[in-house]
Design a protein around this ligand. Structure first.
Ligand SMILES: C[S@@+](CC[C@H](N)C(=O)[O-])C[C@H]1O[C@@H](n2cnc3c(N)ncnc32)[C@H](O)[C@@H]1O
Length: 390
């Protein structure tokens, strides 16, 4: 049996505040309804005194079996509060990293500088709340041309123990992510990968099927900024959707992982090192290359039905260099992502129209669609350009 304080509904919020202030709320148990109409039973911590202070002493104490709080498993803040002072917990309420990204059995969080002194406690709390997570990393943002996130290990689960100190740089960050039924090998410390782009990838897949229907044949796909290949994963899974693929990236580590993925997806062998771009099979041109050089190879020109342009900071710069790769006198599609200030969306649409004048009949002009905020002034947008180039 467990002590509960029986409180009329309208006093529940205020009583909770008071109990939290004194540390007398039993966070492992649920607040439950009372047999008494319009009353709730709030679970008391075993350490709460038998004689409560005046603001609580008017309420009756009831012994009840109570109900275990099963939300607790994911309530990481509860575990954080176990380790830090209530006053600090309250002081930084707006800064605790409530969102996170799961990549395989790893969790990525962003810890604001202002709370960096609690990094160890945050790591422990998150690992306790998410029992399937092996490793937690702090995201210091995307760095360099390869767009790799600087990820610092802050907590590691070893059996029943959580380790937060002397985390070896040898901790494994290569994991398998399952998306749309396909396994993707990735290592976010070596090559760009974001699970948040899954919706984009599904949209690309739907559009690729539409293009296949228009052309009435399997399509050829060019992914010049392919990373480890996640955009290709759903396309290659669908039978008879894709015939030829050109995939390249100038990050050699991305290419090594791409080869590993293609070996699985295509069920044929690819090199186990980052080889320069080459025709590895009749229908696969894959490897390490700067996308700016593709237009210099005659063999790659006028060949591709679908162009995936996933280089949001430089899309407008690369677009003119990649248009020659598209097939001529046939319906084609560019799936692009662009980061622009909100104030420049209209002018970018005009620029897109100038660069891509050959719109496919019956389709709208390409126009940026805001997907999300990239910063306070910048917007991450996508566009679909349906074309028929003469
Ligand atoms: C935003 S990431 C997208 C990766 C991948 N398409 C995905 O969705 O996960 C951009 C990729 O372009 C690559 N990249 C940047 N500049 C490049 C260039 N000039 N040529 C080839 N790849 C480039 C980076 O290494 C990075 O992997």
């Amino acid at each position: 049996m467990m002590r509960h304080i029986s409180v009329p509904d309208k006093y529940v919020e205020g009583t909770l505040e008071t109990l939290k202030k004194f540390g007398w709320l039993n966070r492992r148990m649920k607040i439950i309804s009372s047999k008494k109409e319009n009353y709730r039973l709030i679970p008391l911590d075993p350490d709460a005194p038998t004689k409560l202070p005046p603001e609580l002493s008017n309420f009756e104490i009831i012994e009840d079996e109570g109900l275990l709080e099963n939300r607790l498993n994911t309530d990481w803040l509860h575990y954080l509060l176990e380790q830090i002072k209530e006053v600090d917990f309250g002081k930084y309420t707006d800064h605790w990293p409530n969102s996170h990204e799961f990549i395989g059995d790893m969790m990525i969080v962003r810890i604001d500088d202002i709370i960096s002194k609690f990094t160890e406690q945050i790591a422990i709390a998150k690992l306790k709340a998410h029992q399937h997570i092996r490793l937690i990393l702090n995201d210091n943002g995307v760095k360099g041309d390869y767009r790799i996130r600087e990820l610092i290990p802050i907590g590691y689960r070893m059996g029943d123990n959580i380790q937060t100190k002397k985390l070896k740089s040898t901790i494994n960050t290569k994991v398998i992510v399952k998306e749309s039924g396909q396994e993707i090998v990735c290592d976010p410390t070596k090559a760009y990968f974001s699970t948040k782009l899954q919706t984009e990838r599904i949209e690309t897949y739907i559009l690729a099927k539409k293009l296949r229907k228009i052309l009435n044949r399997p399509i050829s796909v060019c992914d010049p900024f392919c990373g480890v290949g996640p955009a290709l994963a759903p396309l290659l899974r669908k039978e008879n959707l894709v015939k030829k693929v050109l995939a390249c990236d100038f990050n050699p580590q991305a290419i090594t992982l791409l080869f590993e993925n293609l070996t699985k997806w295509d069920k044929r062998k690819y090199p186990n090192y980052a080889k320069n771009i080459s025709k590895l099979y009749q229908d696969r041109i894959v490897g390490f290359e700067d996308a700016a050089n593709l237009m210099h190879n005659q063999e790659y020109l006028g060949t591709w039905d679908l162009l995936i342009l996933n280089i949001p900071h430089q899309s407008m710069e690369f677009l003119p260099k990649l248009i020659p790769l598209l097939r001529k006198n046939s319906p084609t599609l560019i799936r692009g992502r662009v980061i622009v200030p909100e104030s420049e969306i209209q002018s970018t649409n005009i620029k897109l129209k100038e660069i891509l004048p050959d719109k496919l009949e019956g389709h709208q002009e390409p126009a940026l669609k805001i997907k999300r905020d990239y910063s306070s002034s910048l917007r991450l947008c996508s566009f679909n350009a349906w074309l028929e180039i003469n």
